[in-house]
Design a protein. Structure first.
Length: 271
């Protein structure tokens, strides 16, 4: 009997040990590519207030995270640690989308499994670099903002696609180029190389979010731009703010109407 895809993904999502999670994910990808999984829906779909993550980093409120200057060795490592934490979370975000939304077309699972695997590659790249600076994942505290929104959007794949890849992960497209400049300024060549890989791949991840968001809007005969605006208004903590990386967002599937809306936000025009 073939293993159930959703149950196997849930085990990986709940795995707390970093190495075991990465190994399981690699095995899942191999089995997926060999067509070894059954996609029968599970009897129940669990709520997951806390996904599998190691005991460290300790999670704390964002405002309690100490601000460090990039110029110091510790500040440099703290920046890398915050990126490592985002990438580790991103593995769980992709796994949760795979586990939770069990009535989607086959291509949805193919897309999101590809994202999970790329996020694990990103995490390993950043972790290696962090280790070369004398620290490791868990050396600093971190915040849980990404998972909070993931949990709050567990009821509807359309809301999840709008909020997690197209709002939270899309923010990465805006903030990475300035971060690359800062790393260039302190001469961190390897850091720059890694961040360029991340930026390139993240465009693809946001594009996956756009593809499935648009698919779900079409299925439900909803206007994508209006639905996106309403969903962000309802579920996003805080205000959407620029500057936005329009070029990357267009590549990631943002429509002309959505780009115009973002431009109006950046220019301070209320909508
Ligand atoms: Fe990533």
């Amino acid at each position: 009997m073939s293993a159930n895809f959703f149950e196997t993904i849930l085990t990986c999502l709940q795995e707390k040990n970093v190495e075991a999670k990465l190994t399981q994910l690699q095995d899942i990808q191999e089995s997926w590519l060999s067509g070894l999984f059954s996609l029968s829906t599970t009897d129940e779909i669990q709520k997951i207030p806390n996904p599998g993550r190691p005991v460290q980093p300790i999670l704390t409120a964002p405002k309690l995270l100490p601000k460090r200057k990039l110029g110091s060795k510790e500040g440099h490592a703290a920046l890398m640690h915050s990126i490592a934490h985002i990438e580790f979370n991103a593995i769980n975000l992709a796994l949760d989308a795979l586990y939770r939304f069990q009535e989607m077309p086959y291509a949805f699972y193919d897309d999101w499994l590809g994202v999970a695997v790329e996020e694990s590659y990103h995490f390993q790249l950043i972790r290696e670099h962090l280790c070369s600076l004398g620290y490791d994942y868990g050396s600093f505290s971190a915040h849980n903002g990404l998972w909070v929104t993931t949990y709050e959007t567990a009821h509807d794949p359309l809301v999840r696609m709008a909020l997690v890849p197209r709002t939270l992960e899309a923010r990465g497209l805006d903030v990475t180029p300035p971060m690359i400049k800062k790393l260039q300024a302190i001469g961190d060549k390897r850091g720059v190389e890694i961040l360029k890989i991340l930026l390139h791949d993240e465009i693809g991840h946001v594009a996956v979010g756009s593809r499935w968001f648009n698919y779900l809007c079409e299925q439900q005969s909803k206007s994508p731009v209006r639905t996106f605006q309403e969903t962000v208004d309802k579920y996003f903590h805080g205000n959407l703010r620029g500057p936005f990386n329009y070029e990357a967002r267009i590549e990631a599937g943002f429509s002309t109407a959505e780009i115009e809306w973002l431009r109006s936000i950046e220019q301070g025009i209320t909508y």
